[in-house]
Design a protein around this ligand. Structure first.
Ligand SMILES: [Zn+2]
Length: 350
């Protein structure tokens, strides 16, 4: 069976929520998969979760705050796009409100780090657009203008975090985040991603610069990898490394395009799989306490896949149990195809 629901719902949980109508102004003129409706799905998940949310208002960051993460030339180029419509590259559009949206997303992530370090809550969910993990120090790319997760990590460092871990389960490799922390041993970047796939980076051999060898962790996975593969990768690679690194702040670059429903990739992760991954992160054996965790939305382009996967992740992050038996579903892709073709052909309802 498909693991779309946890075996036991957690008690009514709580957390910080970043959301801002400015994020909806980032809208392509033609069809683009990175669209405002994605946030409607994410908001629905936050609502359905039953969490008691404390709102974190977004804010516009200072130039100096962004300079911790991005090059001056990149920030100046972006600023020149304010109020304009166009394309930075074949994938990456800007609308008149996009630069403001990107800045508020980045500043909102910093505000959430502040709220966590001020003791308002130890868990946060940043529902931001545009996404961030492909944005390098020097340039925008792959739908991303500013690197929200990296900006949050640098802000956590400024607030006193000694070791920050960024776990990126977006189906694409977060080349921007890797680039930014390549030679920084205080920020561990770990990515599970489909390979080969855009942007083509994230090879096993990429393990960090001379001052930070080992703190870039890449786990490239074959197309078609399912809950069981992700679980294995977590148990045998990701969790042991995270536990040894012992972060005092954890950022999840939470893209949901490894969902079995996603149109931009070919993975087979179910909501139950995401719930299990989130639960595993929440119950890591790390020394740092209390644990501070923040989820930052990245990709995820099927609205149902995004909503259900985020919902399960929230439940997992707050202690719901997702069993291995529920996760194992070898017939999932066949049943998905059968459902999709049912309106054209009979006999596909088994
Ligand atoms: Zn992605």
């Amino acid at each position: 069976m498909t693991a779309s629901a946890p075996t036991a719902l957690p008690d009514r949980s709580h957390g910080l929520l970043l959301d801002d109508p400015h994020f909806d102004a980032h809208r392509s003129q033609g069809h683009h998969p990175e669209r405002p409706e994605r946030l409607l799905a994410a908001r629905a998940a936050a609502e359905r979760s039953g969490f008691r949310w404390t709102r974190t208002p977004s804010r516009v960051p200072s130039f100096d705050e962004l300079l911790r993460t991005h090059a001056e030339e990149h920030l100046a180029r972006l600023e020149a796009w304010r109020g304009r419509q166009g394309n930075l590259d074949a994938d990456t559009f800007v609308a008149p409100g996009s630069v403001d949206a990107a800045q508020r997303a980045a500043g909102g992530c910093m505000a959430m780090v502040d709220a966590i370090y001020d003791g308002v809550d130890d868990f946060g969910l940043a529902l931001v657009r545009p996404p961030g993990h492909h944005a390098t120090r020097e340039k925008a790319m792959g739908f991303c203008l500013l690197n929200n997760a990296a900006i949050a990590a640098n802000h956590a460092r400024a607030r006193g975090a000694e070791r920050v871990a960024i776990l990126d389960w977006d189906v694409h490799h977060g080349n921007g985040t890797q680039d930014i922390f390549w030679d920084d041993p205080s920020v561990l970047y770990a990515s599970l991603h489909q390979a080969p796939l855009f942007p083509g980076t994230g090879l096993l051999a990429e393990t960090g610069g001379a001052h930070a060898e080992g703190t870039t962790v890449n786990v490239p996975l074959d197309a078609g990898s399912d809950d069981g593969v992700y679980r294995l990768a977590f148990e045998q690679v990701v969790l042991p490394i995270l536990e040894q690194f012992d972060p005092d702040f954890l950022i999840v670059s939470a893209g949901f395009d490894a969902s079995y429903r996603d149109p931009l990739a070919q993975m087979a992760v179910t909501p139950g799989g995401f719930g299990w991954l989130a639960g595993a992160l929440a119950s890591m054996h790390t020394k740092a306490a209390p644990r501070k965790t923040m989820y930052v939305l990245e990709g995820g382009y099927d609205l149902v896949g995004l909503e259900d996967s985020l919902l399960a992740s929230l439940h997992g992050a707050r202690g719901a149990a997702f069993s291995a038996a529920e996760m194992h579903d070898p017939g999932l892709m066949v049943r998905t195809a059968s459902r999709a073709l049912r309106s054209h052909w009979s006999g596909l309802d088994r």
